[in-house]
Design a protein around this ligand. Structure first.
Ligand SMILES: *[C@@H]1O[C@H](CO)[C@@H](O)[C@H](O)[C@H]1NC(C)=O
Ligand SMILES: *[C@@H]1O[C@H](CO)[C@@H](O)[C@H](O)[C@H]1NC(C)=O
Ligand SMILES: *[C@@H]1O[C@H](CO)[C@@H](O)[C@H](O)[C@H]1NC(C)=O
Length: 296
């Protein structure tokens, strides 16, 4: 009797401590997009006042849950350390790539995945009293492609982006309007255009907009055999054109930074490229460098 009561007490204590610890949670959010992207949120035990929001976008064949447990994806730990909130969208498509190919997603208000994620940002600001001037987006591979698409479609909602191994916004477009379609020309590095042409592709996703846009930090590996390294050049062309700076002459460069065989090139204050020689797909997230870019 005594032992049983003790055991029951211990069990209750153990259970409640598990329940009370912060965990990734699926939440309902007001979503007027056709695309039903699932929203998961990680609210750390200690949240700073008016916390920053970081949207972390998974790669193909992943989900919000598996991505958040991936040892190479350090954002949950960053959230615990610094008290910001992370939002983890989860793709509704088979194979779980993001729709970065159809008009629905490549246009503001088009009803696609990008609009659904924009709704998560608005809900996150409201629900967690997040600082609307501190909304950040990061992602790897397909999530990096979506990061570029979000920067083009919802520039007014995002302060800065740090993306790993993606392609320029619009590069994966499907000529037949396919949702979530693969594009071999783009992935293989054959979709090349002038800076002006790429800039126009991005601008046309939110025509007439001339307000502030997110600062872009773009990572890519030279040995990427999934998303050809040429896509790094195309992304740099796109965003330097949008910000009206040279795409060919960095304003400053650092060799072997942030680590050996990586090179950091700044194109003014709004575009930073980090090219990792010898690194394949996808470049591992560097929490310190991405947080520094975000200013958190
Ligand atoms: C969808 O919701 C967003 C955010 O509230 C709003 O700006 C937009 O106008 C809405 N679109 C439609 C078609 O209702
Ligand atoms: C692939 O994307 C390019 C732009 O990057 C586009 O011109 C082409 O039509 C797309 N291919 C298909 C099969 O949709
Ligand atoms: C990440 O970047 C920081 C600079 O922001 C650098 O000091 C650090 O060595 C990098 N970490 C890794 C694992 O490369």
């Amino acid at each position: 009797m005594h032992t049983a009561a003790l055991l029951a007490g211990l069990l209750a204590a153990a259970t409640s401590s598990v329940v009370m610890g912060a965990q990734l949670t699926k939440v309902d959010y007001p979503n007027n997009a056709t695309s039903k992207v699932a929203m998961w949120v990680y609210v750390p035990d200690k949240v700073v006042a008016n916390p920053p929001l970081v949207v972390v976008i998974h790669s193909c064949q992943s989900t919000a849950e598996t991505y958040s447990r991936n040892a190479k994806i350090p954002w949950k730990g960053g959230s615990d350390k610094k008290g910001y909130i992370t939002i983890w969208p989860s793709s509704p498509h088979s194979g779980t790539c993001w729709d970065v190919s159809s008009k629905a997603s490549l246009k503001r208000g088009g009803g696609g995945d990008s609009q659904a994620i924009s709704n998560m940002i608005l809900y996150g600001i409201d629900k967690y009293k997040a600082d609307p001037t501190k909304v950040f987006v990061t992602g790897g591979s397909s999530g990096a492609m979506m990061s570029n698409v979000l920067a083009a479609t919802y520039p007014d909602l995002i302060s800065a982006v740090s993306l790993y191994s993606g392609v320029a916004a619009g590069c994966f477009v499907s000529s037949s309007g396919g949702v979530d379609a693969w594009n071999n020309s783009c992935s293989g590095g054959s979709s090349r255009a002038t800076a002006e042409a790429w800039g126009t592709v991005a601008r046309n996703m939110y025509p007439g907009y001339d307000g502030p846009r997110p600062r872009m930090q773009i990572w890519h590996g030279s040995a990427d055999s999934t998303i050809a390294p040429q896509n790094y050049q195309e992304e740099i062309k796109q965003w330097t054109n949008v910000f009206g700076v040279s795409s060919t002459t960095p304003t400053s460069s650092l060799k072997n930074y942030p680590e050996r065989n990586y090179q950091t090139d700044n194109y003014g204050d709004h575009v930073q490229g980090i090219y990792a020689t010898g690194v394949g797909h996808s470049v591992p997230s560097n929490l310190t460098a991405s947080e520094a870019w975000f200013g958190i």
